[in-house]
Design a protein around this ligand. Structure first.
Ligand code: NAP
Length: 316
């Protein structure tokens, strides 16, 4: 039950780390989670992953990642990790509350999940006009009207990006002021293709096959109105999957794992990559790139970095 390297989590970061580690002969064990593959498993068309000029379905892309890792000898278990111990070496990882594995090094790639409003209609039309990623889906809304829900930096960023394609973007926010930085708010206000509706929430997404309209409710007056729209982008934040690492690794205020010098966490020998670290780019290709970095960092750590490098990298 001892491994040189355990990768916790799957998705583009985890599988890429596994491909590189397996090819470096580290025989990694990937604890992929009961629902392996990450956010792309619930995505339809992926048109921005290089190497697939015709596009590819999210689950098909993840299947290819996984097969490629297995081809080089990565062992993959679709199990959830329940607890970890990074105080003792070797590190301990308990799987599904029963099996204990130990490892000399760990890579964490547990990802993050987009927050949704929790409406039945939102779930029904997800991938058919409802999205949580403008970078992924904005292109499909050329010349259309879209709504962005949220008042933080992500909502501003999504709205500004969408304004390059859409004919009009309406930002719907539940309070009377945005939470976003002033500079982002100014960009939004200065953009003639964007307007804002304050003190309002989306209470229903309307459409049979695709989004046709959205019902908004003013939270102060209770007044309801329906506005025509072709797309609804939810930008109300993400939740990094770091529950089991709380108190064991340094996290930022939003719960993302802090890294330094590449993919190193606050515990020497534990690395992190992908959306569990990165709240800025959140793309499959950036997660994959970071998974590669984590694998190379772990390999160098396992080979025994020079003492002066180890000292320079030590987290106080
Ligand atoms: P955020 O700052 O937490 O903002 C989430 C927004 O969604 C808030 O305005 C919140 O409303 C709203 N919201 C939350 N739950 C909602 C619900 N159920 N219904 C309606 N609205 C809801 O999240 P974020 O914008 O994703 O940003 C996360 C972090 O990344 C922040 O620190 C941000 O600064 C950073 N970020 C930076 C950049 C950049 O620098 N370019 C870009 C993106 C993100 P309330 O305001 O009422 O709470």
């Amino acid at each position: 039950m001892h491994r040189r390297l355990i990768i916790i989590g799957s998705g583009p970061a985890g599988y890429t780390a596994a491909i590189y580690a397996a090819r470096a002969n580290l025989k990694p064990l990937v604890l992929a989670g009961a629902q392996s593959g990450g956010q792309l498993m619930i995505t339809t068309d992926v048109d921005n992953y290089p190497g697939f000029p015709e596009g590819i379905q999210g689950p098909d892309l993840m299947e290819k990642f996984r097969k490629q890792a297995e081809r080089f000898g990565a062992e993959i278990l679709d199990e959830d990790v329940s607890t970890v111990d990074f105080k003792q070496r070797p590190f301990t990882v308990v799987v599904s509350g029963r099996e204990r594995y130990t490892a000399d090094s760990i890579i964490i790639t547990t990802g993050a999940t987009a927050r949704w409003l929790g409406l039945e209609s939102e779930l029904k039309l997800r991938g058919h006009g409802v999205s949580a990623c403008a970078t992924c889906d904005g292109f499909f809304f050329r010349g259309r009207d879209v709504i962005v829900v949220g008042g933080g930096d992500s909502a501003m960023e999504e709205a500004l990006f969408l304004s390059k394609f859409a004919s009009h973007v309406t930002v719907v926010h539940r309070r009377d002021t945005f939470r976003a930085s002033k500079i982002m708010q100014k960009k939004l206000i200065d953009n003639p293709k964007i307007s804002s509706v304050f003190d309002s929430v989306v209470t229903n997404v309307i459409g049979a096959e695709t989004v046709e309209a959205a019902e908004l409710e003013n939270v102060k007056t209770g007044e309801k109105k329906v506005i025509k729209t072709d797309g609804v982008f939810i930008a109300i934040g993400h939740d990094p999957a770091t529950g089991i690492f709380q108190g064991k690794l340094e996290l930022n205020a939003a719960g993302y794992i802090k890294v330094h010098d590449g993919t190193r966490t606050s515990v020497h020998g534990v690395f992190a990559a992908g959306d569990v670290v990165d709240y800025r780019y959140r793309q499959a290709i950036t997660a994959a790139g970071m998974g590669c970095q984590a694998s190379i960092d772990a390999e160098r750590y396992l080979e025994g970095e020079a003492p002066e490098v180890m000292n320079a990298l030590k987290v106080s």
